[in-house]
Design a protein around this ligand. Structure first.
Ligand SMILES: [Zn+2]
Length: 231
């Protein structure tokens, strides 16, 4: 799918000011990795929070091939001096957007290890705020509620772990979003792998119920391609 992303970047000037990578999983940083390897697209800064390879070898061996490729890509010549590991609560200004780092890697969380390393980022513009949760899970949700509760409230939220079995209900209550972004294919939104609506093993309907209870105004469900929202 990196072709679509390349097209978007090229349509917007062909240069990236800041690229935020939540965690070292293929479905989150695969396109970035391919773009670095295959194109000359210029990227000014890359923000990422990762452990070293031995941590992933210990706690997430099943994904180690991609992790190696990703960590190696971050060290390529092309990205020298551009890769930044932000500190917790760091504030980064990108043009008119203020970005606050509410969560970084959590190496002490070793269940659901890779997902729980997700950076959590709050983007604030003049009119609106957007919370990016990556694949935040239960334990990092608790940690966020303990240390960042007041800052979590946002107009728009990216649903953690594609909207199922990710962040907790309590976390979404603290976010209290008006709009939810679901980076989720239709079959997963419907929890339907062929036998009908809500017959699969995924927990999307549980999360959908939470958003109803929170009186979310709009749910945008999209996996690939471009979806624009005016804020
Ligand atoms: Zn994911």
């Amino acid at each position: 799918m990196h072709g679509q992303l390349i097209e978007q970047i090229n349509q917007n000037g062909g240069k990236v000011d800041a690229w935020f990578l939540t965690h070292a999983h293929d479905d989150h940083v695969g396109a970035f990795t391919k773009i670095i390897q295959d194109t000359d697209i210029e990227i000014d800064k890359v923000y990422v929070s990762t452990n070293d390879l031995s941590w992933y070898e210990q706690y997430e061996k099943e994904r180690i091939d991609f992790t190696k490729t990703f960590l190696t890509t971050l060290k390529t010549e092309k990205l020298q001096g551009k890769v930044i590991e932000p500190k917790l609560n760091e504030k980064i200004q990108v043009g008119g957007i203020a970005v606050e780092v509410l969560g970084i890697k959590n190496p002490e969380i070793t269940d659901n290890a890779g997902n729980e390393q997700s950076m959590v980022l709050k983007f604030t513009t003049k009119n609106s705020s957007l919370l990016i949760l990556g694949d935040t899970g239960e334990k990092s949700s608790k940690k966020l509620l303990q240390s960042q509760k007041e800052k979590l409230k946002s107009d728009i939220v990216q649903m953690a772990h594609h909207g199922q079995n990710g962040a907790t209900k309590e976390l979404y209550e603290a976010v209290s979003p008006k709009i939810c972004l679901w980076p989720t294919p239709d079959w997963l939104w419907n929890n339907d792998t062929g036998a009908g609506t809500n017959t699969g093993l995924w927990k999307t309907f549980e999360t959908r119920k939470w958003t109803e209870e929170l009186q979310v105004k709009e749910n945008y469900v999209a996996k690939d391609g471009k979806q624009s929202i005016e804020i």
